[in-house]
Design a protein around this ligand. Structure first.
Ligand code: CA
Ligand code: CA
Length: 394
């Protein structure tokens, strides 16, 4: 058969006899198979002659996709492409606390890839604090340890990366009045000893600790406190007292006495008849002779009956003056007192004997005003002789 010239209407160019199929309008396609090779997403496509097929997305658990074999080319015949897979390694992240990114547990990582993990620190759980100190890793991870809150390792096999934590406990420290402690409230390493020293102000002594201390530790100063849990301790202080007529040194110092305290409390500095040590009990001024516990006012109490008392001048002008005069029915008796002391009123029942009994309702008085007043009426059973006793508050 000789050459035949034919024309393709669609393509506008001449083709040879063996291309008649094109002229008829049928398009040649090929079957292209994408084999997912154990994964998911493989498919079979029909592709026109000369077209480069578009591969599907394929995945496989535990593997990372490494390309198609053979290399994808324009379709000239039916073809099969096979997915190539690289096995992933399992990296396990371990952490006792904190927000870890990615999360604690297993993660798939390709051979030779870098794997990073980060963690937030510190973690506070009420009075306990956890702080990251670094991390360690098993073989197949490089490097195998580090510090800080970000770990980056190169993976060559399965491995484990473990975050390391330290524990701190909250120590609450406080000082009562008249002293200080040298350790502020804060976090302390768990399992270690925190040493706290209490210091008293001038004229005061450290007394004891209260709070999370054992009975045997209460008097210790400095205090060695084992931080095996969150703890709270408070140092208490007490005034130093004289042996003679127990009197606080701070009170003596307030009144200008700063030495020879034992002798001072026996002296009557202001010569009011009351030794200075007793003026502490009275809460009066040991340098003021006008200040000591004593009756200061004795006033008549007027009552019924009352009379009109009328009189006239003896010289002009003769003015008439009227005045109402009431009977004296008793006496009002007043003591200046301290609102920081406790008082008892007593009266004598066998004057001039020495038998004293409490005035009903006037024992253990804590004055709200600096005056203590009683009324002694004349119509009482008998005329009363009163005395007032003072003591320190408990
Ligand atoms: Ca005195
Ligand atoms: Ca005095």
């Amino acid at each position: 058969m000789g050459d035949v010239e034919v024309f393709s209407l669609s393509r506008g160019r001449s083709v040879k006899e063996d291309a008649f199929a094109y002229q008829t309008g049928e398009i040649t396609t090929f079957q292209i198979t994408f084999d997912d090779n154990g994964g998911e997403g493989g498919e079979v496509q029909s592709v026109e002659h000369g077209t480069v097929p578009t591969p599907p997305e394929v995945t496989r658990e535990g593997y990372t996709f490494a390309g198609w074999s053979p290399e994808i080319a324009a379709a000239t015949e039916d073809a099969t492409y096979t997915a190539q897979w690289t096995a992933l390694f399992t990296i396990t992240i371990v952490s006792a606390h904190g927000a870890v990114i990615p999360a604690v547990g297993d993660h798939q990582v390709g051979d030779g890839e870098e794997f990073s993990s980060s963690v937030e620190t510190p973690v506070i759980d009420e009075l306990t604090q956890y702080v990251v100190t670094g991390w360690i890793a098993t073989e197949n991870l490089d490097p195998v340890e580090g510090v800080g809150t970000q770990a980056v390792v190169t993976v060559s096999g399965d491995g484990t990366l473990t975050w390391l934590w330290s524990t701190n406990y909250w120590l609450e420290t406080a000082a009562g009045e008249h002293g200080t402690v040298d350790v502020e409230s804060g976090w302390q390493p768990a399992g270690e000893v925190a040493q706290i020293t209490a210091s008293a102000d001038l004229y005061f002594d450290f007394m004891n600790w209260t709070g999370d201390v054992t009975a045997g530790e209460m008097q210790e100063n400095p205090l060695d406190l084992l931080m095996d849990a969150p703890k709270s301790v408070t140092a208490l202080f007490e005034a130093i007292m004289t042996e003679n007529r127990p009197t606080p040194l701070w009170w003596l110092a307030e009144h200008g006495i700063t030495e020879d305290f034992e002798a001072a409390v026996l002296i009557d500095h202001d010569e009011d008849g009351i030794p200075t040590g007793d003026e502490w009990i009275m809460d009066t001024d040991p340098m003021n002779p006008d200040s000591f516990l004593r009756l200061t006012e004795f006033d008549p109490l007027f009552g019924e009956p009352c009379f009109e008392h009328i009189w006239t001048n003896e010289v002009p002008p003769f003015e008439i003056t009227t005045q109402t005069v009431c009977s004296v029915v008793g006496h009002v008796v007043t003591w200046p007192v301290s609102t920081n002391r406790i008082y008892d009123l007593e009266f004598n029942v066998d004057f001039p004997g020495d038998t004293w009994v409490p005035v009903e309702g006037m024992t253990h008085i804590v004055p709200e005003m600096p005056w203590l007043t009683i009324t002694n009426t004349l119509d009482a059973d008998f005329f009363k002789l009163y005395r007032v006793r003072v003591q320190l508050p408990e």
